[in-house]
Design a protein around this ligand. Structure first.
Ligand SMILES: Nc1ncnc2c1ncn2[C@@H]1O[C@H](COP(=O)(O)OP(=O)(O)O)[C@@H](O)[C@H]1O
Ligand SMILES: [Mg+2]
Length: 466
């Protein structure tokens, strides 16, 4: 902004004497009067009277030569503020064409047309040049003071235009910067909102888990006792009944011998009335079924306990995820045998800091779910894993039934199941979710109904002190 004012002027005229005239007017030789200057300094100090600033005048004797000078000036970033252009130049371009060409290269250039007579009417000329605000007309013969004042005011005008455009572009830049900052801020805000939403839903999920965990711990504890004695009583009952049966058989055989007449009849009616033969067969079946039922309750209580982490005396250790997967696969081999082929796509993994048996449990849940998702046709379960920065990831993909969109948000909810009673408790995934969160990891799912499902678990290699 603080450049010295631009006093550069170009004169384009084919008459050499005109150039001399202009030079005298615009660049007069300053008289050297050192004595006078000294006296002036002594009298007035530094506040010497201002001298008109000198112009820098360049000459061209034809339109093309003028254009070349303008081009050179532009290339050197030293533009002219003003050009005086003769209208009538019989050789080459006339004034109008010259001005057109000059403005193509330097649209900011102020121009004065100098003329005694013209081949155009003024209207024609102004219409042709379409730039009434940068063009003045100087009629020959001209007055010195006219030329001088035109030079003064037009160079000043050029200067003002330059400042204005600088300010405008600075303003534009500022607006641009502000807009950018605003856009960034709004993006950051959106990110924060998204993050918050995600955190909120995670919070809801873990709240649910926590409250359910407490409930489950209580219930499991309460149920454990009665389940314990029912189960042991059933065992005892079973063996008592076997003994009773032997006893009954013995009585049956002795029936004819010990009783006579009336009481024998009584015994027979009783026996057939209660269908003793059927009872003898059915009681063991009832006992067996009850034992199975109790077994199932025990399993549920165990799941609940795992879920509420009651028996949580595990310690953190460094373990190999692949070994975990393989041993889990061994355990569930019989479940998988008739349902699916397993494809392993392993990459070398570092050991991770984890509660190994809990991680195994996650893997087991995912694999069993995948197997249970298969229809009558044999399917494929693909287990893959890898490293990603400071995490390892594990994916269990199946080509089973897939998950309906409306179920997708609920699958991690405790007790959400689409499986028949006895097959699903709806605890597997919520349990897994809790375990993965405890490891500061993440579990996610993508699924297409009828095509299959992919579960992805991401676990940090190292548990930083959180
Ligand atoms: N691989 C899968 N394919 C299809 N559905 C699945 C899969 N894994 C989980 N689900 C759905 O999520 C529900 C909850 O799973 P989970 O918590 O393990 O409970 P459960 O298996 O006892 O039903 C399942 O009932 C099922 O609807
Ligand atoms: Mg399950």
């Amino acid at each position: 902004m603080n450049q010295p004012p631009n006093r550069r002027i170009l004169l384009i005229d084919d008459t050499p004497s005109i150039h001399e005239d202009f030079r005298k007017i615009l660049t007069p030789v300053q008289e050297q009067t050192p004595e006078l200057d000294d006296m002036e300094m002594a009298l007035f100090g530094d506040a010497v009277k201002p001298r008109a600033q000198a112009f820098e005048l360049d000459s061209a004797y034809g339109g093309r030569e003028g254009l070349e000078l303008i081009e050179k000036a532009m290339a050197q970033k030293l533009p002219y503020a003003l050009a005086f252009v003769d209208m009538r130049m019989p050789q080459g371009w006339d004034g109008a064409q010259t001005i057109e060409e000059l403005w193509k290269v330097d649209p900011q250039l102020q121009v004065v047309v100098c003329t005694a007579y013209s081949d155009y009417s003024w209207e024609e000329l102004l219409f042709r040049l379409q730039a009434h605000d940068r063009l003045l007309i100087l009629k020959k013969p001209f007055d010195n003071i006219e030329v001088q004042q035109m030079a003064n005011t037009l160079t000043a005008k050029w200067e003002m235009a330059r400042r204005a455009s600088l300010q405008t572009s600075q303003l534009e830049r500022l607006v641009e910067q502000r807009t950018q900052a605003l856009t960034q801020a709004s993006q950051a805000l959106q990110l924060e909102i998204d993050e918050r939403k995600q955190l909120e839903s995670q919070l809801v999920q873990s709240e649910k888990l926590a409250s359910l965990g407490q409930l489950a711990a209580g219930v499991a504890h309460e149920i454990n006792n009665p389940v314990g004695f029912i189960s042991s009583n059933l065992g005892t009952l079973d063996s008592y009944f076997k003994q009773l049966q032997q006893m009954l058989d013995a009585y049956r055989q002795a029936e004819e011998l010990i009783a006579s007449g009336e009481s024998l009849e009584q015994l027979k009616t009783l026996r057939t009335g209660m269908d003793l033969e059927f009872l003898k067969e059915d009681v063991p079946i009832l006992i067996r079924e009850s034992k199975e039922g109790i077994g199932r309750v025990v399993q549920i209580v165990k799941d609940l306990k795992d879920f509420s982490r009651v028996d949580n005396d595990q310690s953190w250790q460094w373990a190999n995820l692949q070994q975990g997967i393989d041993s889990t696969l061994n355990i569930v081999a019989s479940e998988l045998k008739y349902k699916a082929d397993v494809i392993k796509q392993y990459q070398a993994l570092p050991e991770i800091e984890c509660l190994a048996s809990q991680i195994n449990q996650v893997v087991m849940n995912l694999i069993i779910n995948a197997a249970q998702a298969m229809g009558p046709e044999r399917g494929t379960i693909t287990i893959s894993n890898g490293v990603e920065g400071k995490n390892v990831w594990l994916e269990v993909a199946d080509n089973g039934c897939g998950i309906a969109p409306q179920s997708l948000q609920k699958i991690f909810d405790p007790f959400f199941t689409t499986k028949p009673v006895g097959e699903g408790t709806g605890l597997g995934l919520s349990l897994s979710y809790g375990i993965v969160k405890k490891h500061h990891g993440n579990i996610s799912v993508s699924s297409e109904l009828g095509k299959g499902t992919i579960f992805r678990v991401v676990l940090p290699i190292r548990q930083t002190a959180v």
